[in-house]
Design a protein around this ligand. Structure first.
Ligand SMILES: Nc1nc2c(ncn2[C@@H]2O[C@H](COP(=O)(O)OP(=O)(O)O)[C@@H](O)[C@H]2O)c(=O)[nH]1
Ligand SMILES: [Mg+2]
Length: 707
């Protein structure tokens, strides 16, 4: 096993790019385990950037460099590994394939100008990858496909090719066939060569070759080409290659390349394709940019001489190096040791609930570097279109925009996933408690897919996470990086109580044995009010039996009892309490005594009435493939949900809407994912409170109150 402590360095490469058109930012996406991280190793090794490809299992790859990635043997964060080929700098962006870490994937997509879908020949395309393809198509991100694991026993190149065409559309076409040591397409065994489909050879398949050529010609801007081809003319290979490259850069044609990570066969072809056909940053549409006041600013141009606009796509904290912010520069040039404007306006884009607090301030950048996995190669500048790392920015958080101090700008953030799995935690000791808040806010600055909630009603600290793996990585980071230990506790929802009908209560707080006594007596009538009305207090007592100044004390006592509940410990709501009678003592009555009597009166009224527990309902919107709708609906019903309706979404998906009690949704993020193999997504938003059925209410544990 190699030394995990020392990062791998790129050999013999000048990573400085000075022209945006000499940069390619390529994000690798695809199912977890399809071979993305390994493919980057293979590409780096085949280009001589690293001596030998590392392995995911041994924790020796360039891109999986975090401790938690080694522990889990899979990618958790996005990582960048540049390599230079033919004078073009290729920033390979590795992303995790597992759904819990989709936040990193989104950030990686933002930093890229095209996507490489990595599919394993022995596995195929999963639903999440189909959805991702559709999303890339929606924003016009050019895409290519790599098929890996050709050496696996169950590898089926042609089968996976058909699956990819079925999933992604018929503009997905192979440029090569893998040649195994024996026959052209017999699976199993390492791939020894590729056979190009554009040039005729003994290994090419004529049918595949014909459809590739036709597809390329269809994409050609030269309309005479098709006529000539159909007329029997042999079209020059160079013409075809040029048309193909243009179509790839436009995003209308998606080449498939097989790459064998065992032999490195296919690397050269893939890298050539990336250099020649993948779009450079100036060819892509930049994200919308605004002034800090919210006005749409003029479109960005990917020009090193322009005004600076960059975006933090990842933040890491290293105990030795400190905070490192990975940025994609969209315009201008980032210079080391300079002052930049940092703006994060999450609430204006996502609402106040989401992400980190808004900010707008100037900050000095520390050292600048080019990231190569964990290793940082020092540089003095990073031009538009490139990806760099800035040391020691303390304010900037993931998703923030960096711009020139004279011309502050805010980019519309990329779409961040919403964390839907609540994890309630408690500091293990006083020492942990002291460090917890600051550690959590640092973690949230790195990872916008965590949301921290302090629930005042349940007194719980809740981390909203993407799933169980995300939650365990967050808790590991808390423990390892910040030495904060926490325990998970059962997640509680904010229940309420209300009276089922009118009731009367008598509160008598009398203690007159020795010393200064206490004396207060009150009678109240309680009536439930319609939902959402709140609390009303009135006084109908006649003849001044309760002195004026103590009426307010009774109200205060009633209110404090309402806060503490009368049945399960959750607050009582929607109530009118009327003071009807009472008694006072000229010496022993006091504010405190009447507060006690008021509270007692409400408790007594509760004892003689039916107390209903109210529970919050969320409106849930679930989107699933059509064939899973039945299962989703019956599952929602079994969660005591009420179906509101269904709608078609696109060709093959359905939106199911339902009102569901929050108590039944605590693990829905996990359950929906496993029931739909990751293809289902949902959103939830608070709808209203409703009475909880008695049989459920009976098993609600008492809410504890802190002193
Ligand atoms: N046999 C074989 N195994 C591979 C190949 N590519 C990746 N693997 C293995 O598959 C597992 C997952 O690979 P990894 O690169 O972590 O996939 P990722 O999740 O897409 O980054 C690792 O154990 C790799 O060693 C390949 O081409 N052939
Ligand atoms: Mg990986």
């Amino acid at each position: 096993m190699a030394d995990k402590g020392s990062p791998r360095r790129p050999a013999g490469q000048d990573l400085e790019a000075s022209r945006p058109d000499r940069i390619r930012n390529v994000v690798l996406v695809g199912p977890g385990g399809s071979g993305k991280t390994t493919l980057i190793e293979t590409l780096l090794a085949s280009s001589g950037v690293i001596g030998r490809a590392g392995s995911v299992r041994d924790g020796t790859t360039v891109c999986d460099f975090e401790d938690s990635e080694h522990a889990h043997e899979r990618s958790i964060s996005l990582a960048v590994a540049p390599l230079v080929r033919d004078g073009v700098k290729l920033n390979l962006i590795d992303t995790p394939g597992y759904a819990d870490f989709v936040g990193e994937l989104r950030a990686g997509m933002r930093a890229a100008d095209c996507a490489l879908f990595v599919i394993a020949a022995n596995d195929g395309v999963d639903d999440a990858t189909r959805t991702l393809w559709r999303e890339c198509a929606d924003v016009g991100l050019p895409r290519a496909v790599v098929i890996t694991k050709l050496d696996q026993a169950r590898a089926d190149y042609e089968g996976v090719l058909l699956e990819a065409q079925d999933a992604f559309g018929d503009k997905v076409m192979p440029l090569y066939l893998p040649v195994h040591s024996g026959a052209a397409v017999s699976p199993g065994g390492a791939v020894t060569a590729l056979a190009g489909l554009l040039s005729p050879s003994e290994h090419t398949d004529d049918a595949l070759r014909g459809s590739l050529i036709e597809a390329v010609i269809e994409e050609s801007e030269d309309e005479t080409l098709m006529e000539r081809y159909l007329g029997g003319e042999e079209i020059d290979e160079e013409v075809l290659v040029e048309d193909l490259e243009k179509a790839v850069a436009r995003g209308s044609f998606h080449p498939v390349v097989p790459v064998c990570s065992v032999t490195g066969v296919g690397c050269a072809e893939l890298l050539d394709l990336a250099v020649r056909a993948f779009p450079s940053p100036p060819e892509q549409v930049p994200p919308d940019v605004f002034t800090p006041a919210g006005a749409l600013a003029g479109a960005l141009s990917c020009d090193p001489a322009g005004t600076l606009v960059a975006e933090v796509v990842r933040t890491t904290s290293d105990p030795y190096v400190g905070r490192v912010s990975l940025v994609r520069v969209f315009s201008g040039t980032l210079v080391a040791e300079s002052t930049v404007h940092v703006s994060g306006h999450f609430s204006s884009f996502f609402g106040a609930e989401a992400g980190h607090p808004d900010h707008d301030e100037d900050e000095r950048t520390g050292a600048l570097s080019y990231p190569f996995g964990r290793h940082l190669e020092p540089t003095t500048r990073v031009v538009a279109g490139d990806i760099g790392a800035i040391g020691r920015l303390t304010r900037a958080e993931t998703g923030d925009t960096l711009s020139s101090v004279d011309e502050p700008r805010v980019l519309r953030p990329w779409s961040m996933p919403e964390p839907l799995l609540p994890i309630a935690i408690e500091a293990r000791s006083k020492a942990d408690d002291d460090k917890l808040a600051s550690a959590l806010s640092r973690l949230a600055a790195e990872d916008p897919s965590i949301r921290i909630q302090n629930n005042a009603e349940t007194h719980q600290l809740v981390l909203w996470c993407m799933g169980e793996s995300h939650a365990s990585v967050v808790l590991e980071r808390l423990a390892e990086r910040y030495s904060v230990n926490v325990d998970q506790t059962p997640y509680l929802v904010s229940l309420r109580e209300t009276f089922g009908g009118p009731a009367k209560g008598h509160g008598r707080h009398v203690k007159q044995s020795g010393g200064h006594g206490q004396y207060a007596v009150c009678d109240v009538e309680v009536e439930p009010l319609p939902e959402g009305t709140g609390f009303e207090f009135s006084d109908r007592e006649v003849g001044g039996s309760v002195p004026r100044n103590f009426i307010a004390s009774v109200e205060k006592g009633v209110r404090s009892q309402m806060e503490r509940g009368v049945r399960t410990g959750y607050p009582v709501v929607d109530l009118r309490v009327t003071l009807t009678d009472g008694k006072a003592h000229s010496v022993d009555s006091s504010d405190m005594a009447f507060q006690m009597a008021g509270a007692l009166a409400l408790r007594e009224a509760a004892a003689s009435s039916m107390i209903t527990v109210l529970e919050p309902y969320d409106e849930v919107s679930v989107v699933v493939p059509d064939d899973l709708v039945g299962g989703v609906m019956s599952d929602l019903s079994s969660r005591r949900g009420r179906l509101l309706g269904t709608d078609k979404v696109g060709d093959d998906r359905t939106l199911v809407r339902a009102d569901v009690p929050q108590t039944e949704l605590a693990r829905y993020a996990i359950d929906l994912r496993s029931a739909t193999h990751g293809s289902g997504t949902f959103k939830r938003s608070f709808a209203h409170y409703e009475p909880m059925p008695e049989e459920v209410a009976r098993s609600v544990p008492m809410r504890e109150h802190r002193a």
